[in-house]
Design a protein around this ligand. Structure first.
Ligand SMILES: [Fe+2]
Length: 449
């Protein structure tokens, strides 16, 4: 794409963004930015920008120093035990991510990996990406995925993770009901040793331009844009639950609200073995991402000093392509110091889970230097908001009929290349009988919701 610049210190294939990396004739972006500047005021935006960049300098230095250790790690038993978990939950909220070990017993998870590879071998119609040697498989309801998603530990943990979010517009009992997990069906990954993968550089899922363009989504970030980033609460659902991340439809969009994105590991994966990388800060990094389009760096090259940056009312939203996730890079988002702060998560073992706030900047490591396949099943945490319930109600019908979930009806989800999936997972060899799933699990998959 024009304007995407590959930097020498950045992994080959991970783009960074220099102006203009998007179509500056795009009147929508131009008008949108001017309208936001007018709505919140230049002074408020400038105050927020300086406060955020100043605070980032020490927080990013701490993350760069800590590296992988900046990601909190807990065991399922200690996090689920109410009497012991207060400090742990504070740590998770402060960083916006965590590894929770032992959610699925290790032997059970390893057996799942064996079963999964056997299931894929038995069903040669299963396709994936890249087409010639898939690492991500277009499977959503295989027996292993259904068993993992509906495992009682998963449901209990997801309920807890959902409860970290508050919704002041609801009563206490309504909020509690909203914590009930919705099991969003997503794909899985089996990445072979030595398999390079540069398709997922630093990005934030849940839309891109929609964060500014959709009024409810933008309201989520009101405190940031109105000059008070210190008051921004990443865990307030008031506006977020009605936001439209996919107002510009595209293959990278997810139709439901996820409180945390998640991976459940089926194999051991150490740093450098093709796993997840995150910027373990949710408060300031989000504020910076939201404010960055409104400022341009000084011509003298002294980008470190936020006071030297000037208001930018051009059409440019750095790394923002409406149908894609929000993309970030060192050139466009320098104060994040991504070369040092995008850290590998710690080694995970079969049955461990990884969770990161839906606004968190993350990436997938380019190289896999290990000796084992790195395999995870994508299992996020999603609350029972009205929109999420509507999605999962539709999913239940698709699940019974064998149809792909709504967000995955097309094999290639980009505009003019749409190819309707004809896959029917109910007809696959070894498909899991739905009646074998627990009542609680079936509810979270959409039955009677
Ligand atoms: Fe992602």
């Amino acid at each position: 794409m024009p304007g995407r610049v590959i930097e020498s210190k950045w992994p080959t294939g991970w783009p960074s963004f220099a102006q203009p990396d998007s179509n500056c004739k795009d009147r929508h972006s131009h008008d949108l930015k001017k309208a936001i500047i007018s709505e919140y005021g230049a002074d408020a935006l400038c105050q927020a920008w300086v406060k955020t960049c100043d605070a980032l300098s020490s927080v990013m230095a701490q993350i760069a120093e800590a590296g992988t250790n900046a990601v909190p790690v807990f065991h399922y038993d200690e996090i689920i035990e109410t009497a012991k978990n207060e400090k742990a939950l504070e740590d998770i909220k402060a960083t916006g991510c965590c590894v929770i070990r032992g959610v699925i017993p290790s032997e059970e998870a390893s057996q799942h990996f064996e079963d999964l590879t056997k299931f894929i071998a038995q069903n040669d119609s299963v396709s994936g990406w890249p087409q010639e040697s898939p690492a991500i498989f277009y499977l959503y309801e295989s027996p292993v995925q259904l068993k993992l998603r509906t495992h009682p530990h998963q449901l209990r943990l997801q309920r807890l993770l959902n409860s970290l979010f508050s919704d002041p517009t609801l009563s206490a009992s309504e909020q509690e009901a909203q914590w009930e997990p919705i099991l969003y069906p997503d794909a899985l990954r089996i990445r072979q040793p030595g398999q390079d993968f540069d398709g997922l550089g630093p990005h934030i899922d849940g839309g891109s331009l929609s964060r500014w363009a959709d009024v409810e989504y933008r309201r989520t970030y009101d405190q940031i844009l109105s000059g008070h980033p210190e008051d921004y609460d990443p865990y307030d659902l008031t506006h977020r639950r009605q936001a439209r991340p996919s107002m510009f439809p595209g293959g990278a969009q997810c139709s439901v609200l996820r409180t945390f994105q998640g991976w459940t590991a089926l194999t051991e994966c150490a740093p450098g073995e093709g796993g997840l990388m995150v910027v373990p800060d949710i408060h300031l990094a989000t504020a910076y991402m939201m404010l960055r389009p409104f400022f341009k760096p000084p011509s003298d090259g002294d980008w470190q000093d936020p006071r030297k940056w000037e208001l930018d009312d051009s059409a440019w939203f750095p790394g923002t392509y409406p149908m894609d996730s929000q993309l970030l890079g060192p050139a466009s988002h320098p104060h994040l110091r991504l070369e040092e702060t995008l850290v590998h998560i710690p080694t995970v073992y079969p049955g461990d889970t990884i969770w990161w706030h839906a606004d968190m900047c993350h990436a997938v490591g380019v190289t896999h230097n290990g000796t084992r396949p790195a395999s995870v099943v994508y299992i996020p945490a999603c609350p029972s908001t009205p929109d999420n319930k509507a999605y999962i109600r539709g999913h239940w019908k698709d699940l019974l009929a064998g149809n792909p979930p709504d967000d995955y009806k097309y094999l290639d989800g980009m505009e003019d290349k749409l190819v309707l999936s004809t896959q029917n997972e109910r007809k696959m060899v070894g498909a899991l009988p739905i009646e074998s799933i627990s009542v609680e699990g079936r509810r979270a998959l959409g039955e009677g919701v």
